[in-house]
Design a protein around this ligand. Structure first.
Ligand code: PMP
Length: 350
């Protein structure tokens, strides 16, 4: 028998959401509005020679991201989606057996990537559907190397108050890297939570993760990045799989960054829809937490799988977390209406 790494044999594989032709895809927190016009135009134009390797340093993209955040280029590392950047960060800072803290439930890739990197996952239960920062700070030991702070948290959508986050960062020893995962930052009401890429920019141990998969509507091309202190970023870059970010992906992300007006318009639509759907769900009796992302959390407990199945039968794909809840992405208004209709039917039939 071949010898395999024990840490991975018992690990579940990442289960992607079902893709069902004709059904409303409200399971993966993607943009419902398709490619940004600037990206579509780029893809229609003749391309550079794709038989050549991409620019491994992603020089132009890194410069565009650095300009977007008002930082220097050596404070930015890129990868094939922020999932890959999470992995790079883990490989950059985690020694075998070191502890990696994150709230739970949170983004499913954290425990998987931690195991792949040889780290030990420390899951800190949520309190009232939100990250319990005090409990997370109290979980730090001499073995802790990295803490993921998912803000807003996936799948509950809750965002951290500025004061709590600042207190947390002050309480965590500087040798521990804090990765603030802001995959959904564009959907956050700026008054509700701070932008760590600005407010925590001078901290020597804070790295901010961002993605082009959500508000920038580029999930299929895979582009993510992190912004942080030079010393950490230099090491994160070393952990990138060579050439993992392709030429088209780099160019598309630059085009997407240049389409800021359209991104803002779409974000506004999604935020307005989020508030409309949340209000309706609450009126129907669901305890939906305040979401600052492009999805909502329905804490349905034991009914979660059955509810998701009911939605699926009505051609709406949601994301069930069995015995916990169901996450539904905010789609186009008509898709959200279809989901609300199914929810009402569920209530009358159960
Ligand atoms: N972080 C969070 C919190 C997410 O929800 C996701 C995607 N579901 C990601 C990171 C990764 O996104 P991507 O790899 O597509 O950039």
């Amino acid at each position: 028998m071949v010898a395999l790494r024990a840490a991975l044999t018992g690990l579940p594989s990442y289960i992607p959401a079902k893709q069902i032709p004709g059904a409303a895809p409200l399971a993966s927190n993607e943009s419902p509005y398709g490619l940004l016009p600037a990206v579509a135009a780029l893809l229609r134009a003749p391309q550079a020679d794709l038989s050549r390797y991409p620019d491994m340093a992603s020089t132009r993209l890194v410069a565009a991201i650095a300009a977007h955040h008002g930082v220097d280029a050596d404070q930015v590392a890129v990868g094939a989606g922020s999932s890959e950047v999470c992995g790079q960060l883990l490989h950059a800072v985690v020694e075998p057996g070191a502890e990696v803290i994150f709230g739970w439930r949170s983004f499913e890739a954290y425990p998987m990537l931690t195991a792949v990197a040889g780290g030990t996952a420390v899951r800190v239960p949520l309190r009232d559907d939100a990250l319990d920062l005090d409990a997370m700070a109290a979980s730090v030991t001499d073995r802790t190397r990295l803490i993921f702070v998912c803000n807003p948290n996936n799948p509950t959508g809750t965002a951290l108050g500025a004061e709590g986050l600042l207190r947390f960062v002050a309480a965590v020893p500087e040798r521990v890297v804090i990765a603030v995962d802001e995959a959904y930052r564009e959907y956050v009401d700026p008054g509700r939570s701070l932008d760590a890429s600005v407010a925590l920019r001078d901290r020597p141990n804070v790295v901010v993760l961002r993605t082009f998969s959500k508000a920038y509507a580029l999930a299929g091309l895979r582009v993510g990045y992190c912004v942080g202190p030079r010393e950490v970023i230099a090491q994160v870059r070393k952990a990138q799989v060579p050439f993992s970010l392709g030429t088209l992906a780099q160019k598309a992300a630059i085009a997407a960054l240049g389409d800021a007006g359209e991104v803002a318009r779409r974000v506004q639509l999604t935020v307005a829809e989020r508030e409309r759907v949340a209000e309706r769900l609450r009126a129907l009796g669901f305890a939906v937490p305040q979401s600052q992302a492009n999805f909502l959390w329905l804490p349905l407990g034991r009914s979660s799988a059955a509810f998701a199945q009911h939605c699926l039968a009505g051609a709406v794909v949601t994301r069930p977390f069995p015995d916990e809840g169901v996450r539904v992405t905010i789609g186009r208004p008509e898709q959200n209406d279809a989901f609300l209709d199914l929810t009402e039917k569920w209530l009358t039939s159960s």
